[in-house]
Design a protein around this ligand. Structure first.
Ligand code: C2O
Ligand code: CU
Length: 454
């Protein structure tokens, strides 16, 4: 059929080519083992666990205001679940075994379906035995497009990670007490979208939206862009009211995201995403640059805001969170299921960290809030290690030294001996996990929760 005839026949039955039907699109996501080359060519490949037979998993993309339906089928040799990191979704879909759902057993499946009120850069990952399952590859990007997206030439998502592999391609063993009690599982190889230093061709003068997602188990990345100029337009999915000029160094704690809108300004043949290490900078990804020099766009990029839930600092309920444990400082004792245990007994159970003297998720929430109430949590990191604290279901702002509120985030980094305060409006009812996203720390006891009652 020629194009004109085809359009003619559509018109005849009254269908519009852009018509979409009302059912939420349901995606089938199979969690299973697959093999992928991760080490350089010439080395053996690696058995990964993944969503959709690729590492990272199937890229999920939807439009703000739509609903997303995903049926997760578990073909792994362990129970699993999926958490939609950063989405302010309904609690029953949050994917936390023992808090919002039962784990998805071997051979079983679970239907996730939820509304998408916010645009932005998110990710999804296993939330069962996550120190092992995320390291094995059970994560993927989740991009929610603005109804009116900014004008860019390319939109590139880079999930950066470090994984710990052996020479034979296998993942190093997981039962490692050193990881649990120190910084967590730090890798020996960094990858972007599952590859060592992948290439993303760009043209001179092009405007690129870059979405960086730190999917690492425990590694705090310090990254920089070389060959680009531009700005940070969003953090952890949420648009900044005032985009910041792209700094030389950007710190990304595990689970944090940053959206950049940058122009290709270099005259060189290549531009880079660099990780700054103790001994210098290394490319995590590179961008072959082609085309003649070209003027860049002059308009300043800005993302439309997501729904806002203002924080009432003056009338907020308050809580404090004391972070203790780990090697080089440690803790003498902590409560587990209401019972006081000494360090030796705790270690015997794989517990090395405590929040307010409790190791592991407590029976009662850190805060019991009514819908619409504001809360502030002062946190003190009394340990020798950095921690990236993540709140499910709601974004928070940091209360800055001058009393003003920082940008919205869902994960905040606390360096050793640092104190920080966060505040949020309890706008989303349910039981929400609040934990360290250094996954060995969460497994080793660093998790609590917050209840919001409707
Ligand atoms: Cu990204 Cu509780 O997780
Ligand atoms: Cu931690």
């Amino acid at each position: 059929m020629r194009r004109r005839q085809f359009l003619g026949s559509l018109a005849a039955v009254g269908l519009h080519p852009g018509l979409s039907f009302a059912q939420p699109s349901s995606i089938r996501l199979i969690a299973a083992a697959h093999r992928q080359q991760i080490l350089p060519v010439g080395y053996p490949d690696t058995e990964m666990w993944s969503f959709g037979a690729s590492f990272p998993g199937t890229a999920l993309r939807a439009r703000q205001g739509d609903r997303l339906g995903v049926t997760v089928e578990n073909q792994l040799p362990q129970p699993t679940s999926v958490h939609w990191h950063g989405l302010r979704l309904e609690n029953a879909m949050d994917g936390v075994p023992g808090l919002t759902q039962a784990p998805i057993g071997e051979g079983a499946s679970f239907d996730y379906e939820f509304a998408l009120p916010d645009a932005g850069t998110y990710w999804y990952h296993s939330h069962a035995k996550s120190m092992e399952q995320i390291e094995r590859g059970l994560y993927g990007p989740l991009i929610i497009d603005e109804t009116d997206p900014p004008d860019v030439d390319q939109d590139i998502t880079l999930m950066i990670d470090d994984i710990r592999l052996e020479q034979d391609g296998s993942l190093s063993a997981f039962d490692n007490f050193h990881d649990l009690s120190h910084a967590g599982r730090i890798g020996n190889l960094w990858v972007a979208n599952g590859q060592i230093d992948p290439a993303y061709p760009v043209k001179r003068g092009e405007r690129v939206r870059l979405r960086l997602i730190n999917a690492a188990n425990a590694r705090v990345f310090t990254v920089g862009m070389q060959g680009f100029d531009g700005s940070i337009v969003a953090l952890d999915g949420m648009p900044l009211k005032d985009p910041q000029v792209l700094p030389e160094e950007l710190i990304l704690a595990p689970a944090q995201r940053v959206d950049l809108i940058v122009d290709v300004t270099t005259d060189d043949e290549e531009a880079f995403l660099i990780t700054f290490e103790r001994d210098g900078g290394y490319a995590i990804a590179h961008f072959p640059v082609s085309g003649p020099s070209k003027a860049t766009r002059s308009e300043r990029p800005l993302l439309p805001p997501n729904p806002d839930f203002p924080i009432d600092l003056a009338n907020a309920r308050t809580a404090t969170l004391l972070i203790e444990g780990g090697a080089m400082g440690g803790m003498r004792a902590a409560r587990v299921d209401g019972q006081e245990l000494g360090a030796r007994e705790l270690a015997g159970r794989g517990l090395f960290w405590a929040l307010n003297g409790v190791a592991g998720r407590p029976e009662t929430p850190l805060l019991d809030l009514s819908l619409g109430e504001s809360a502030r949590i002062g946190m003190a990191n009394n340990t020798a290690f950095p921690h990236g604290m993540h709140l499910h279901g709601m974004h928070f702002s940091e209360v800055l030294a001058d009393g003003s509120l920082g940008p919205l985030r869902d994960t905040i980094l606390l360096n050793p001996q640092e104190t920080r305060e966060i505040a949020f409006q309890a706008h989303n009812p349910g039981n929400w996990l609040f934990h360290c996203h250094m996954l060995a720390h969460h497994q080793g006891g660093m998790g609590t929760w917050i209840r919001v009652s409707a």
